[in-house]
Write a protein that binds this ligand. Structure first.
Ligand code: ITT
Length: 195
């Protein structure tokens, strides 16, 4: 099996987590930037799966390696899974994460704070290969105020139920033991072990 893989992301936080999890298995993970590729895909899919495929296909034609793409988001149950598929775009539209946190706190006043992170990985070996999908969830609660600066994105306002820790103060190792991404990746690792 080719142990060189390109990750279809411009998100440094995701890249760090994939490397941390896959490097011990002997995989080298390249980002588009590592290969001097200007990578940008319009995320026009109707769900995580479609977006992950758009990213995987968009990159696979540009690189000589199999590709992993990750589409993920934060789903707040009392807000009908908002911001969900638009998690990144919502933060951008608010002018950054701190403002997005404030807006979420405002919308959640008096409501149940249950939430989950969700991740869909698409693995595409070759341009004409069948795409393989692996999904993972990470249940928790939205905090009352940001706590810590570890991780990325919405980590500073998320409390993980399984790890019983706020992701903003969790080590990478702790987050990677329970995260949505780690769980999806765990399934991909099983495929690599038998594939
Ligand atoms: P790429 O498309 O380049 O991979 P992106 O950040 O735009 O980067 P997504 O479209 O998948 O990626 O959006 C995922 C967003 O969901 C991400 O930017 C965060 O806002 C949020 N998110 C996903 N996983 C997260 C995590 O582990 N911790 C915190 N926030 C996360």
């Amino acid at each position: 099996m080719n142990k060189q893989i390109c990750l279809a992301t411009n998100n440094k936080g995701k890249l760090r987590e994939y490397r941390e999890i896959l490097a011990p298995m002997g995989f080298t993970i390249y980002s588009p930037a590592d290969l001097n590729i200007d990578f940008d895909v319009d995320e026009t899919g109707a769900d995580y799966r479609e977006n992950s495929l758009l990213k995987a296909k968009g990159l696979r034609k540009l690189v000589p390696f199999p590709v992993i793409a990750d589409d993920s988001g934060l789903e707040i149950l009392a807000l009908d899974c908002f911001p969900g598929l638009h998690s990144s775009r919502f933060a951008e539209s608010m002018g950054g994460y701190p403002k997005a946190y404030e807006e979420i706190f405002r919308r959640l006043e008096g409501k149940d704070r249950s939430a989950r992170f969700r991740c869909c990985i698409c693995y595409l070996e070759n341009e004409d290969s069948k795409p393989l999908y692996f999904e993972g969830f990470c249940p928790g609660q939205i905090l009352n105020a940001p706590h810590g600066t570890n991780g990325f994105g919405y980590d500073p306002i998320f409390h993980s139920e399984e790890a019983d820790i706020d992701f903003g103060v969790a080590s990478e190792e702790t987050k990677n033991a329970v995260s949505h991404r780690a769980k999806a990746l765990q399934k991909l690792k099983v495929f690599f072990a038998i594939g």
